[in-house]
Design a protein around this ligand. Structure first.
Ligand code: JJW
Length: 457
């Protein structure tokens, strides 16, 4: 950023500038202090599940190096930090509660507070204790009760320090990728179980919100959904219907229960046919799921462009490649889709405060002379901040932006091959090298906004 920095896009004084991470992706120390295995330990240690057989055993070793990482955050001028709490550190085995499993998070929170960084904690970011999966995991309704015990313990132990709670991260991924497509832990391909899992994730969210309200804590509580707007490849009615089905599957299946207390009507019959009947909704569930929230977290990375293809997938939808640039994930870069998504959430679902709880780009970064230059990541974030600013300038209730991610980390089934960090991690030495995007983001935070990137002028 130049020092002439009158920013073209200036955000409100109280806009929350953050970065985000998740426990299994950065912590490592999987055997430390009595931690039990999670479904991601099991999955990543199963040959063929994660690229190159990589695991989260060591990851960024954040568990031992969080002091250095918090210093990186403090130098950045961060207002908030989003992290997740590893459930198997506190409930390592059936019937075992290890209160000291919270000690790490207490020390992390104290360290954040010492640097005036607001802690935002995600309760569930995909690391289900393996003992719970052995009893059916999220497709077992009992897991909702176990989650409530975990949530209650976390509120009790960390309730003084956490400013914002997120019940779940991306329940679409946890259910559909984990139990339906088999690409994430627990690696099952059973759509019946996937839809049950989705329902129980949502139900556990609602139950946790209701319980949280009885505790009288000062903090806020919400949920984070990954939203991927679907666009038709052509304006043919068939492609438009395909885009609508895709949108229902990836977005509305979660948005509608949370904000309208019902699953999308046009789709529930179809899902029922696919999985042989919907038998998991009990009286009162939908009201519980729709318990009033304090905010909605949105993870946005890309849009999908689809065409109708009856022979393709359960939905009869085929993803189409476009001419637009893509990130190292192969995901199309389209920040207009973010703007339109925010407008749509506001028009169709809620006026609650919104937070972008994840946004960022995977780039094939390399170290040259001890430095990492990542202009593509800067361009991606700048473009998406410009889209976010347009929404805010029009009166949109967007309160913060959390860049995914602070550090390069374990990108699930893709292991360490995809780098999302603004800080490079050398996985041999665990050395951290702030990238040029780190220095750029520091300027954004200091100036509360961005100058228009040349390509957008
Ligand atoms: C979809 C792959 C079949 C993470 C997906 C795979 C199969 C058509 C980034 N968000 O690491 C979405 N991320 O932990 C949470 N978001 O389908 C945080 N979405 O397609 C980040 C992966 C993802 C995905 C990954």
């Amino acid at each position: 950023m130049t020092d002439s920095a009158r920013t073209d896009y200036e955000f409100p004084q109280d806009f929350l500038w953050g970065t985000a991470t998740a426990s299994y992706q950065i912590e490592g120390a999987v055997h430390a202090r009595g931690r039990g295995p999670s479904i991601w330990d099991t999955f990543s240690h199963t040959p063929g599940k994660v690229l190159l057989g990589q695991t989260g055993d060591i990851a960024c070793d954040h568990f031992h190096r969080f002091g250095e990482d918090v210093r990186l955050m403090a130098d950045l001028g961060l207002a908030a930090y989003r992290f997740s709490i590893a459930w198997p550190r506190v409930f390592p085995a059936k019937g075992e509660y290890l209160k000291s499993g919270f000690d790490f998070y207490k020390r992390l929170i104290e360290s954040l507070q010492a640097h005036n960084i607001k802690p935002m904690a995600t309760l569930y970011h995909w690391d289900l204790p393996q003992w719970l999966e052995d009893e059916g995991g999220w497709s077992n309704r009992d897991t909702v009760e176990r989650y409530l015990e975990f949530a209650d313990a976390a509120f009790e132990e960390l309730g003084d320090g956490v400013v914002q709670w997120i019940t779940h991260n991306e329940p679409w991924c946890a259910s559909m990728l984990g139990y339906g497509m088999g690409q994430h832990a627990p690696g099952l391909t059973d759509w019946r179980r996937a839809y049950r899992a989705a329902h129980h994730l949502l139900l556990s969210h609602g139950r946790a919100v209701q319980h949280f309200r009885t505790l009288g804590l000062l903090a806020d509580i919400g949920i984070t959904l990954n939203l991927t707007p679907a666009y038709p490849a052509t304006d043919s009615p068939e492609d438009q219907a395909a885009a609508h089905r895709q949108d229902t599957f990836s977005n509305r299946w979660f948005l509608n229960p949370v904000f309208k207390g019902q699953y999308p009507e046009t789709f529930i019959d179809e899902v029922g046919r696919q999985i042989g009947g919907i038998d998991f909704i009990e009286p009162g569930d939908m009201d519980t799921i729709a318990s009033p929230l304090d905010f909605l977290g949105i993870n946005f990375y890309s849009r999908s462009v689809v065409r109708n293809n009856p022979n393709h997938s359960l939905l009869g939808v085929e993803q189409v490649k476009t001419d637009s640039p893509v990130t190292d994930m192969g995901w199309e870069v389209d920040s207009d889709a973010l703007y339109h998504l925010l407008k749509r959430i506001q028009a169709e679902y809620t006026n609650l405060p919104l937070y972008i709880t994840e946004n960022g780009a995977a780039v094939a970064d390399t170290v040259v002379d001890g430095k990492v230059d990542d202009p593509d990541r800067i361009a991606y974030v700048a473009e998406h901040l410009a889209a976010a600013h347009r929404f805010v300038a029009e009166g949109g209730n967007l309160k913060g932006y959390f860049l995914w991610s602070l550090l390069d980390n374990f990108e699930w089934a893709l292991g360490y091959t995809k780098r999302f960090g603004i800080v490079y991690v050398d996985y041999e030495t665990l050395e951290r090298i702030p990238k040029s995007s780190y220095h750029w983001y520091k300027g954004v935070i200091a100036n509360r906004g961005i100058s228009i990137p040349a390509k957008l002028r």
